[in-house]
Ligand binder design. Sequence first.
Ligand code: PBG
Length: 341
Amino acid sequence: MLRENIQLATRDESPAGARFPTTRMRRMRRTENLRALARETELNARDFVYPLFIVHGTNVREEISSMPGVYHESPDVLAREIEEVSALGIPGVLLFGLPARKDEVGSEDYDEHGIVQEAIRVCKRVNPALIVMTDVCMCQYTSHGHCGIVRDGMIDNDETLRYLGMTAVSHAAAGADVVAPSAMMDGQVGAIRAALDAQGFTDTAILAYASKYASSFYGPFREAADSPPQFGDRRQYQMDPANAREALRETALDIAEGADMVMVKPALAYLDIIHRVRDAFDLPVAAYNVSGEYSMVKAAARNGWLDEQKIALEILTAIKRAGADMILTYFAKDAVEWLKR
Ligand code: PBG
């Protein structure tokens, strides 16, 4: 009988007798300590990567109007930021740069003294142990705002690969631990791996933006990074939000090309994709809780419609529950403070 009961409980094939009133799910929800013991998913500081937007100049710290609490910062201000992030126990940052000048071929993207390259050196000087990740893409750097080289009004995939390779190498040379290609060019992970290895950067890891959707959730970011495309949109290279199986193909290709980690982006409206990628592959999975997901919560909280802290932690917990090993989020610093309470 005992054995039968155990089997019933584990297999969840309980006949009527083992259900209510014998089984009461509320028993384990009675007190906070019971809930804590039964909890399946718990956030902590080690789950987060904090994205930062770096600009030229000194003493610059300007709030991005579409993303309250997120700033454009110059390298000297970044140094203080890195101390703060490190003290909170957040293991990594993701750097985005706003160049001094934009041109057709995004020259500052792969300039040894470009804004991101300088920012990497600042991070590593302040805390060598902090994981410095960089976004490898061209849209912030090109005058046309597209993620690659434009030929006859089209984004030239294969030509762009060379530029992405140069950019990744320049980031690695400045000290980046992880490069994160987000241009959604075919073959970009393989091209970057080959470029890094050819220059001796065999230990620089690649976090592939494997399934990056053509999403309207990036709206606030385009103001933050000053990167809207000047013609057309990104649907020729980013994924159709309607597709899930295609995400598995994209991810498999990036892994075959040498990705060390794979990302799903955005996160909140794509929890099914996170879950499917988690189930299908064994690599670390990252999820990007993008600008629009952040700004929606901020706006609603400002109106008194939602409790910012509770909503943000619920969203982040859901992203982790779906299968993310790490979450790139603008809430990272606040979330760590909230989790201490
Ligand atoms: C660059 C890039 C974008 C984001 C990250 N890297 C914008 C885009 O693809 O249009 C979006 C991040 C966010 O919304 O927080 N290609």
